[in-house]
Ligand binder design. Structure first.
Ligand SMILES: *Cc1c(COP(=O)(O)O)cnc(C)c1O
Length: 321
């Protein structure tokens, strides 16, 4: 069977960490600009023709991985990206880095509408749904935050197919596939594929944004039935999305020693929960999905170094690097 996705397949590597042997699927290596999770979710747009489309419209944080991926997609397609954000912090404006800087370099236009939305008592998404989306012409393509939409299923199913082929070629049974969730779109469409194909591959995930019930509501919002839902691993405490936690930095620094860099926003919690899972299920065959997003580390890492200078120092990291 050939893959649906021209940038793939991405490699699978053997991985040893914290006394466990597992596999890592390197979706971070798909393409230098168009990689990871967002490349899969936006593949449908990359691979189809959209005659008459001139503008791609998105929204989210000014540091988001999706901002960079959408800027890369727009560049590949010859579109202009307009990306709506709440606001651009003074610090970022004066010290552009990471996804923000790279997206600007690809010609993205960022538009701040947070203050206006708040004046009308709305969040960014409902503000755009009410005031922007109805005004968009035939030449505009609007993509919901983080690619949370049915179009994402196309590229994610291609990823699921690659994983299924890998498992079958390597005679891996009862495979567990772990990946962290934001909107949950990737984890849901992966698991849905395995359920519908009757494969014994189980998706494990964890909620980074909101709690487990929020994540289930996101799954349901994508039109899925409960039998399609991935298994959610829960931490024993509450973590706020985007905040810096000591244990996140510690596990990320430990992962650095493997020679493979992971990202700092989603991966640390997933690895903490996965190590617990593997301790409890020592015979489980596990594949971790590396979903890219490494450019975002340029803005996250300095925050961690400032908050935990002693950990950074012990690891030989400094802000001057
Ligand atoms: C966007 C992103 C996620 C979250 O993906 P969802 O499909 O929204 O759950 C996870 N990891 C990385 C690196 C991402 O860029």
């Amino acid at each position: 069977m050939s893959s649906l996705f021209p940038l793939s397949p991405s490699p699978v590597e053997e991985f040893n960490f914290a006394g466990h042997r597992l596999l890592v699927k390197r979706d971070d290596l798909l393409h230098p600009q168009f990689s990871g999770n967002k490349a899969r979710k936006f593949a449908w747009f990359l691979e189809h023709d959209f005659p008459g489309i001139k503008r791609l419209i998105g929204h989210g944080s000014a540091q988001a991985n999706s901002l960079y991926s959408m800027a890369a997609l727009a560049r590949l397609k010859g579109w202009h990206l307009q990306f709506y954000v709440d606001h651009i912090s003074e610090h970022l404006r004066l010290n552009p880095c990471g996804n923000f800087k790279a997206a600007l370099a690809l010609g993205a236009e960022l538009i701040e509408v947070g203050a206006q939305a708040r004046r009308e008592g709305m969040n960014l998404e409902s503000y755009l749904q009410q005031h922007l989306v109805p005004t968009l012409g035939q030449d505009c393509l609007f993509v919901p935050e983080g690619g949370r939409c049915g179009y994402a299923e196309y590229g994610v199913a291609a990823l699921a197919q690659e994983i299924a082929e890998y498992a079958s070629t390597n005679k891996l049974t009862e495979l567990k596939l772990m990946l962290p969730s934001g909107t949950g779109t990737t984890a849901l469409f992966l698991n849905k594929y395995f359920v519908e194909q009757g494969l014994d591959i189980q998706v494990l995930t964890c909620a980074l944004v909101g709690d487990d019930n929020y994540l289930k509501a996101q799954f349901a919002g994508l039109g899925a039935q409960e039998r399609h839902f991935p298994t959610i691993l829960s931490p024993g405490r509450k973590y706020h999305f985007g905040k810096c936690y000591r244990e996140f930095f510690e596990i990320w620094l430990a992962l650095e020693k493997t020679g493979t860099q992971f990202e700092l926003l989603y991966d640390p919690l997933a690895w903490i929960l996965l190590l617990d899972y593997m301790d409890a299920h020592p015979d489980a065959r596990v594949l971790y999905l590396h979903q890219g997003g490494l450019l975002g580390n340029e803005s996250m890492l300095p925050r961690y170094v400032r908050k935990f200078p002693e950990l950074a120092h012990a690891a030989g990291l400094s802000l001057e690097r």
